[in-house]
Design a protein around this ligand. Structure first.
Ligand SMILES: NC(=O)c1ccc[n+]([C@@H]2O[C@H](COP(=O)([O-])OP(=O)(O)OC[C@H]3O[C@@H](n4cnc5c(N)ncnc54)[C@H](O)[C@@H]3O)[C@@H](O)[C@H]2O)c1
Length: 265
């Protein structure tokens, strides 16, 4: 009798994935875990050189076919070129990860211009819809097809300091829920609500060291900030056959949210 393998349903052999924004941090960890599970992976990133560098590193670590391509997911011709390159290289697309996203803090939410609100929506929400549309014919032909999105905890909690970003991430949740129903019985769609994962991006977003330290020691149920790997583990579950009964969900991977006490400590 074969020994029971608890991880067999988490294997992604025969899958081919596009991971947007996969050149670094959370996206790179997702690309790495997919490749480690046997998938072929295309890293699509604004920074084409870094996408190729990260792809080569992951290919070496995992032995999988991992490639990188320069792609701005807000530009339709870049999306089309990325999808074509992936299909040419791997023969199809089974797995789409809409991971690109970015936001910044504003002292006064009503100082955010309409243009900045629209730019945030284009990057955090609309790009995922454009990628989904471009991948649709290939997903519909694939085995265990799925789309998994990098959402954010601030897409379900009030976050007036990151108003443009949180509003766009909230729209992403709702749009993807609608698309999960549109693709019912054909393509599974889930969104991971990511909590704080400290990356160099936090400093670039204008947060000082004291604030970054506070973010790294949050008052959540696990008492720590997240690692990119914590997020990638959830993506592996959701995209592999192990997640094949999960669709239309927004799943919180954030260290467990804030503690709530009626009586103050
Ligand atoms: N880090 C966190 O704490 C956190 C928390 C909640 C949600 N998230 C979400 O997780 C995702 C990844 O976060 P991260 O911290 O790893 O981000 P990051 O900024 O470190 O990496 C994002 C990557 O996307 C690329 N990119 C940016 N704009 C692009 C575009 N137009 N087209 C293609 N590529 C583009 C960048 O070059 C970069 O490689 C994002 O959607 C983010 O909103 C992150």
């Amino acid at each position: 009798m074969d020994k029971f393998d608890a991880f067999s349903e988490f294997r992604m052999d025969g899958h081919s994935a596009i991971v947007t924004g996969g050149a670094q941090n959370i996206g790179a960890a997702i690309a790495r875990i997919y490749a480690g599970a046997g998938a072929k992976v295309m890293i699509a990133d604004l920074n084409g050189d870094k996408a190729k560098e990260t792809a080569a590193e992951i290919a070496q670590q995992t032995g999988a076919d991992v490639r990188g391509i320069g792609c701005n997911v807000t530009i339709q011709s870049d999306i089309d070129a990325c999808v074509k390159a992936t299909v040419d290289a791997f023969g199809g697309i089974s797995t789409l990860v809409n991971n690109v996203g970015w936001g910044r803090a504003y002292p006064d939410p009503l100082d955010v211009s309409p243009e900045e609100m629209i730019e945030s929506y284009k990057l955090n929400t609309l790009s995922a819809m454009q990628m989904t549309k471009a991948c649709r014919p290939y997903l519909l032909e694939a085995k265990n097809p799925s789309i998994t999105n990098s959402g954010s905890l601030v897409g379900v909690l009030p976050a007036f300091d990151f108003i443009a970003y949180s509003a766009a991430k909230a729209a992403l949740n709702h749009m993807m829920l609608g698309l999960a129903h549109y693709f019912a019985k054909k393509v599974r769609i889930n969104t991971v609500l990511i909590g704080t994962v400290i990356t160099p991006g936090y400093a670039e977003a204008g947060l000082d060291e004291k604030t970054q330290h506070a973010l790294a020691h949050p008052d959540n149920l696990t008492g720590r900030a997240g690692r990119a790997e914590d997020i990638a583990n959830a993506f592996l579950w959701l995209s592999s056959p192990a997640g094949s009964w999960v669709s239309g969900q927004t799943i919180n991977v954030s260290g467990g949210g804030k503690r709530v006490r009626l009586i103050p400590e």
